[in-house]
Design a protein around this ligand. Structure first.
Ligand SMILES: [Zn+2]
Length: 54
């Protein structure tokens, strides 16, 4: 089994703080991921920021 150097991170809605998405992130990327994504709780597109997966 080859080890892939990727972390799983969660994307959290900045409005309601729900963790709506998870994605892979390569370890050498230092910047925090920030994406405009649809939030099912807010029922609209909101800013989602990278956070740790529980
Ligand atoms: Zn939300």
């Amino acid at each position: 089994m080859a080890k892939v150097k990727k972390n799983i991170v969660a994307l959290k809605c900045e409005v309601c703080k729900s963790k709506n998405y998870t994605m892979f992130k390569t370890k050498n990327v230092k910047e925090k991921i920030e994406k405009n994504k649809y939030c099912g709780t807010c029922k609209k597109h909101t800013t989602h920021k990278e956070t740790k997966v529980d």
